[in-house]
Every structure is written in structure tokens, then in C-alpha cells.
Design a protein around this ligand. Structure first.
Ligand SMILES: Nc1ncnc2c1ncn2[C@@H]1O[C@H](COP(=O)(O)OP(=O)(O)OP(=O)(O)O)[C@@H](O)[C@H]1O
Length: 242
């Protein structure tokens, strides 16, 4: 479903190796957690997957489509929720949702049904006629989430999705992620919080200083951490973030 092959990215004319030759193969139906401390390379990796940052090296395949050779086809397969919801402040919530639904060519009746459902779930119905500029950070985040759910992507990519959401919305989001995966869709999300990864994902990768240092189920990683001091140190650091 999502395949990363020897993916690398540097910043500052090569001085900062943000992502260093990473490989991942994520299957349909998986909730995959991308866990790492601050500055590990999570956002950079995600931006290369969704087409916002060009890799220096390596390939991104989404459903077998090369994301940088066929960007439009690849983007049709996915939804992306960034860590900070930067959206058009001058639009009303409903205008933004319709704009996104238009871009993804979601038919009227279907979008209506999905909007109703998610606006209800995330308790945003009352504000949908208001200008986005008047929304709180959490409301903006929920609006972006709803817009990402409107076209039912086969790959759902979320950068630090739980940050800024109230506990009820976090719970709802977790339920939605699980539902998507039960339908054979794939969720890839980043977090710097061990507990979030633990509660949610089927499998996870730990990234540190741009490299993947461990890959497997949480159980597998925990037992490996007991044997490997470097992994144990990362685990401790991630626990302290909670
Ligand atoms: N535009 C940039 N210019 C220079 N260095 C950058 C740039 N963006 C990120 N970096 C550096 O690249 C590395 C990886 O950053 P990235 O934002 O991908 O990490 P992250 O795991 O998402 O971190 P966080 O959890 O803090 O968001 C860090 O060392 C960061 O300082």
C-alpha cells in the first residue's frame, strides 16, 4: 500500500540529514505508527510521502504508483492531516469542506452524508457557517480531519494527530482509524508519544536522527529494547514526553 524505498532528505545544503535512507513497506489494513523524538525526521518523511517535499534520493510508492512520477494519481489515493492546521481563514467551514470535496470530485449526496456524519461526531455542526478565522486551534484541526475523511482515501496520513484534540475527539478519531483499517484501508500516523502509538497501532517504526532503528509490533519492540541499550534509551525518552 505504502512503500518507501531508500528515502533520504537533507537540509541546509546537506549539513542536516533529516531522513537517512529509510525503507518501509506498509500493508493494506494496517494502522502504522511512526514514532520518534522531536527532530527525528517524522514530518520530513511525511512531507515527502504526500508530495510537499522532494526527496533527495529514493522512491515513494502509493498503491504501486510512484508518487513523484505520477503525483496526481498518487494524491487521489491519500488524505493528509498536517500537524498544524493551516487553512483559509476567510472561508466558512462549509465552504472549505465543499472546496475539498470538489477537488476530490465527491458527488453531492455522498459528501452531504459524510459531512453530516463527521460534523456530528466531532461536534462542529454549530460552527460550520462561521468563518474559519474565528475557530479555535482544535476546531480548525477537526475541520481538517473532516475534510480528510470526506473522500474516503485508501491511505490516511496524519502528522501528530492527537496533539490539540480534546479527549473525546481523540477517542473518536481512534475509532475512525480502526474502522478505516477494518475496511482494508491504511493509516499512517506520526507521534512522539509512546502511549499514543501503543494504544493505536498494529505495527510501528521508531525513527531517530533520520534512521529507522526498530520496526515491528509494540510487543516485539519492547522485548528488543530490553536487549538493546540504544533502543531502551529512545523508549525512555519517548515515555518522558507523555
Ligand atoms: N526547513 C528546514 N531547514 C533546516 N533543517 C530542518 C528544516 N526542517 C527540519 N529540519 C531539521 O531536520 C530534522 C528533522 O526534522 P523533522 O521536522 O522532520 O522532525 P520531526 O520528527 O517531525 O520533529 P517534531 O516531532 O519536532 O515535529 C531536525 O533536525 C530539524 O531541525
Amino acid at each position: 500500500m505504502l512503500k518507501l524505498q531508500n528515502l533520504s532528505k537533507t537540509y541546509s545544503k546537506g549539513e542536516v540529514k533529516a531522513v537517512d535512507n529509510i525503507n518501509l513497506d506498509i500493508k493494506p489494513g494496517e494502522i502504522f505508527g511512526f514514532l520518534g523524538p522531536n527532530g527525528a525526521g517524522k514530518t520530513t518523511t511525511i512531507k515527502m510521502i504526500v508530495g510537499l517535499l522532494k526527496p533527495d534520493d529514493g522512491k515513494v510508492y502509493i498503491n504501486g504508483i510512484d508518487a513523484w512520477e505520477n503525483p496526481i494519481e498518487a494524491k487521489r489515493q491519500l488524505s493528509y492531516v498536517p500537524d498544524t492546521p493551516e487553512i483559509y481563514d476567510k472561508l466558512k467551514g462549509i465552504e472549505y469542506l465543499n472546496f475539498i470535496a470538489d477537488m476530490y470530485e465527491v458527488p453531492r449526496e455522498i459528501r452531504q452524508e459524510r459531512m453530516e456524519k463527521y460534523l456530528e461526531i466531532f461536534n462542529l455542526k454549530h460552527a460550520i457557517g462561521d468563518i474559519i478565522g474565528s475557530y479555535s486551534h482544535g476546531m480548525k484541526q477537526k475541520l481538517v480531519l473532516i475534510s480528510a475523511l470526506i473522500h474516503e482515501p485508501s491511505l490516511f496520513i496524519l502528522d501528530e494527530p492527537m496533539v490539540g484534540l480534546d479527549p473525546k475527539s481523540s477517542f473518536q478519531l481512534k475509532e475512525i482509524m480502526r474502522e478505516r483499517c477494518d475496511e482494508g484501508k491504511t493509516v499512517f500516523f506520526s507521534t512522539h508519544i509512546l502511549e499514543v502509538a501503543e494504544k493505536l497501532c498494529d505495527r510501528l517504526a521508531i525513527i531517530n536522527k533520520g534512521k529507522i532503528i526498530a520496526l515491528g509490533t509494540m510487543e516485539e519492540l519492547r522485548s528488543r529494547a530490553e536487549e538493546r541499550e540504544s533502543l531502551e534509551k529512545i523508549f525512555l525518552e519517548l515515555t518522558e514526553n507523555e
